[in-house]
Design a protein around this ligand. Sequence first.
Ligand SMILES: Cc1ncc(COP(=O)(O)O)c(C=O)c1O
Length: 341
Amino acid sequence: MKSAPVPDLCLAVNHLAALVGNTPLVEIRYRFNGQPRRLYAKYESMNMTDSVKDRMALHILRRAAERGELRPGAVIVEASSGNTGISFAAIGRALGHRVRIYMPDWMSQERNLVMHGLGADVVPVSKAQGGFLGAIQMTQEYAAENARAFLPRQFANPDNSEAHELTTGPEIQSQLLQLGRQADAFVAGVGTGGTVMGVGRALRSSGRTVRVHPLEPANSPTLRTGKKVGSHRIQGISDEFIPEILKLAELDAIVDVWDGDAILMAQSLGHRLGLAVGISAGANVIGAMKLVEELGPEATVVTVLCDSNRKYLSTALPQAEPPQDDYVTPQVKLQSFISVR
Ligand SMILES: Cc1ncc(COP(=O)(O)O)c(C=O)c1O
């Protein structure tokens, strides 16, 4: 039910804004089969809880507070494979709300512990209970029985992509200008699709032709098939269905990346450059490299380093990963990076 905005809540949201967004943009220099190349990436682990999802969580709560949909005493209830839950836990608790997260039980233990550490109630959901789709349904069942529940609905809420249209996209534009560049293409792995849709709209708003590519695991091509197929290890993307806010008709071709290749690239970003990133960031960098090869070495291709490696210490990320013939990482030598803010 809609009612008047709560001024104290709107003010508190504004005070949190200093902790979210305005992340650096890095220019990564590398050789691809011996040839010099560069790509651009937002360093999103410098957000409040170490991931890109803080932008979406803060913006959804801001809009809900402005519309009077988020009231004092509301319980924030969301389905999440980890980062979203952590973002809502931190920002929700900072605003004085209880937070309840339904999370697939095969996600890394670190995610679970971090959410507990932030005072959230975490409800594990098994594959037998319906997995990710089961988790979403449980949030709706909880809301049906609890009048105080507030559902951010990250997969369906346009405020999610708007967060990126208003912050991530414009930051990329002004940071590229500092480097004398303009974006030719953007690529991002799809969890909810908020990042790829919002940044894509912002970059195209100037009227410039910008290619905008969604990315998914080659071993689990949900976007191509419309359903859950196979399995993969890139936590945070490809959650079994096509999200409502993802409009494939507005986007360019889907980019596929093998999960093992993403792990190798994430390891390499840490080992060679000191950029400690998670697996989806490795996938995004490979996606950007594929586009640079397609568009030419002078093209400005941008992506997102979604989070740091810290929530993946118990996963395959720090383990030895065998390279395969069709992987990108073995063809790449990362050399250096510069950053702008
Ligand atoms: C690690 C990681 N990478 C990528 C994404 C995808 O971002 P989006 O939901 O904006 O598509 C997520 C979303 O949860 C994530 O946690």
